[in-house]
Design a protein around this ligand. Sequence first.
Ligand code: SF4
Ligand code: SF4
Length: 393
Amino acid sequence: MAATAAPHIGDSVIIERIDFQRLLDALRARGYQTIGPTVRDGAIVYDEVTTMTDLPVGWGDEQAGGRYRLRRRNDEALFGYTVGPQGWNRFLHPPVLRLWQAQRTAGQQFVIVPEERDPPRYAFFGVRACELYAIQIQDRVFLHGAYVDPDYQVRRENAFVVAVNCSQAGGTCFCVSMASGPQVGDGFDLALTEVVEGERHYFVVAVGTEKGKAVLDDVPHRAASTAEVETATRIVAETAAHMGRTLETAGLKELLYRNLEHPHWDEVASRCLTCGNCTLVCPTCFCTTVEDVTDLTGQQAERWRKADSCFTTEFSRIYSGSVRASAKARYRQWMTHKLASWVDQFGTFGCVGCGRCITWCPVGIDITEEARASRTGEPANAKAREGATHGDA
Ligand code: SF4
Ligand code: SF4
């Protein structure tokens, strides 16, 4: 291992690409299940990764409204893409979770059997700035509100975060507008900036916590030079300068509250399929429903939490029917929650500018264009209708 003085929190060190496997190994040796990006079904998804070859080596992506394509890069970058269709919330707030069981006793009473909370200890590899910000937004909901979600709490407290600064912006990204990226903020254990310069390929690694510092004991590294840190800073600055989208946030909450009857809601409703894709891919969406099931003998009952979407009519059904029966009402609810009422509830926007809802909307509806339409009084422009296909590499 390269001899170097132990880094402190806030220091930057260099890990050569050839040694990146050692970082995975060090975390697995500490009992973490390492989750990171991998190529599957023509997209980059998050799953267990054990070796560097599991990562999307040499793959990038192209994104636009209603369009996602993998593309080969001309280098061997490990993190040379933007974000895929999944957020880390699928591991921290699983879409399907049993909450408790109940069993009938000999006296015919039901006894609640609480769930044992022993989920894997995850090490997340490749968490982007906007995604880390989204995790912190969900922390407010599940950890810092009136009620704590015990399952989320144990998953979150056990997680190790290896963040990655973005080296390029996707066509639908607008994290700069939401002040959520592309530079990783706080909340990471280690934060990498990948540098590929001709034959040189290395990571500038910022140390965020004692946990992160301890892991470096088992990974070859050396102190970063001033020039290497400047290179990392320049890469992120160039990413920030090339956002695919922008969203004017000044006065946005008030604008949306003022325009609940704006004609553009009818215009977007004429395109919206109410498929719910935008909520499924969103890293901050957390709505769920609850289902109770019993076995055929009536001896055992279970309560399950399942992901739901404000785009279904059932989600807002009360005794006399759905509160939001029309597509107009459901789209307006979703967007107004993200960009207005979320601020009143949780103190931030419910959107981090990752662009997933734009990319994965089958008809390319664009939250930035819809917000702009409210502001200008104009219907959303043609960009929202650009190509509408997803597919293989
Ligand atoms: S905005 Fe797009 S992704 Fe969302 S429900 Fe409508 S059609 Fe589906
Ligand atoms: S609303 Fe869209 S752009 Fe904003 S965080 Fe959710 S998926 Fe990303």
